[in-house]
Design a protein around this ligand. Structure first.
Ligand SMILES: [Zn+2]
Ligand SMILES: [Zn+2]
Length: 275
C-alpha cells in the first residue's frame, strides 16, 4: 500500500463502474484491488441502472449480480477498506414506479441520482452542432435535475453540469453563457440542501477535457455559501486505472472553499470523514 501525503491522499472513491455497467471495462475485483492499493478507505462500486432503457443491455442481470459482488468484496476487505453497496440511478423520473421498485427491492448503502440524457436529446455526447441545440439541451438538463432533486429518492446528486463535458472544454470547445443557468442551479442547490441530498464532486471532468470537477468549483462554492455541508467525492472510473483519479486535486479545491470533511453513506445515512 502506498504511503499517503496530501498530494496522494484519497480517503474515498464512491463513484466507480465495473463490467456490471454497459460501459465499464474492468471486473469489480480489479477496481477494488486498485482502490486498496491506493490506500482508499471507503470504496463503492456504483454500476449503472439506466432506468428508462433497462432492456437495452443486461441491466437487470447486472443489478441482480451486484449484491453478491458487494458482499464478496466487503468480506474480502473487512477491517482494511470499507466497501459500500452502491448504484448510479440514471433518469429515475422517466419511469418513476420502476425506479422506486428497484430502490425498494435493493438495500443500497449509497445511490447517486443522475441525468445522462434529456427528453429531447438521448445522446448528450452527440448533439447537433448548433447553439440552439446546445442551449436547449442545457435548459432541459437543469430542469430535469431540478425535478430529480425535488423527488429526492437518492443520496447524492451526481455531476451537476455533466453536459458541459461534451459541449465545452477540449471535447466540444464551445463557449457557453452559463449565467443564464445561475438561477436554476441556485434552486437545485437549495432543494438538495432542503432534502438532505449530498452534492457529488465528480473528478472525471478534470481528466475528460474540462480540467475542472463537475460541478465546476463556482457551484461548489455556491453550495458552500448556502450552507451545504454534504459533499461526496468520486472518480467516475470506468477502468481500474482510473480509480481515485484526480481526487487529490478535487480535495484540494474543496479545502480551498472551506471544507474539511466529505461524506460517504452506509444504509443511506451520511458518515463524515476528514479530508
Ligand atoms: Zn453518470
Ligand atoms: Zn458514473
Amino acid at each position: 500500500m502506498k504511503e499517503n501525503t496530501k498530494e496522494t491522499f484519497i480517503p474515498a472513491d464512491i463513484h466507480t463502474h465495473s463490467t456490471l455497467s454497459h460501459d465499464g471495462k474492468d471486473a469489480p475485483e480489479l477496481l477494488a484491488a486498485r482502490a486498496f492499493e491506493l490506500g482508499i478507505k471507503h470504496f463503492a462500486l456504483t454500476d449503472h441502472i439506466e432506468n428508462e432503457k433497462m432492456d437495452s443491455w443486461d441491466f437487470w442481470g447486472a443489478l441482480e449480480r451486484s449484491y453478491g459482488v458487494y458482499r464478496s468484496l466487503k468480506e474480502q476487505y473487512e477491517g482494511r477498506m470499507e466497501v459500500y453497496y452502491g448504484a448510479e440511478l440514471g433518469q429515475a423520473l422517466y419511469d418513476l414506479p420502476q425506479a422506486e421498485r428497484i430502490l425498494k427491492e435493493h438495500d443500497f448503502d449509497f445511490v447517486l441520482g443522475s441525468c445522462h440524457r434529456t427528453k429531447s436529446y438521448a445522446r448528450i455526447d452527440r448533439l447537433p452542432d448548433t447553439d440552439e441545440d446546445r442551449y436547449r439541451c442545457l435548459d432541459e438538463y437543469f430542469e430535469e435535475q431540478l425535478a430529480l432533486a425535488e423527488w429526492g429518492g437518492f443520496c447524492a446528486l451526481s455531476h451537476l453540469d455533466f453536459p458541459l463535458r461534451f459541449i465545452s472544454g477540449d471535447v466540444g470547445g464551445h463557449d457557453i453563457d452559463m449565467s443564464r443557468y445561475d438561477s436554476i442551479i441556485s434552486r437545485i442547490l437549495d432543494v438538495i440542501i432542503k432534502n438532505d441530498i449530498a452534492l457529488e464532486v465528480n473528478s472525471s471532468g478534470i481528466r475528460k477535457g474540462l480540467h475542472v470537477t463537475m460541478p465546476s468549483p463556482r457551484y461548489v462554492q455556491l453550495y458552500h455559501d448556502k450552507g451545504g455541508r454534504m459533499i461526496t467525492v468520486g472518480s467516475d472510473a470506468h477502468r481500474a486505472c482510473e480509480v481515485g483519479a484526480d481526487i487529490p486535486q478535487a480535495l484540494s479545491m474543496l479545502r480551498g472553499i472551506g471544507y474539511n470533511e466529505i461524506c460517504v453513506f452506509r444504509r443511506k445515512q451520511p458518515i463524515f470523514i476528514q479530508i
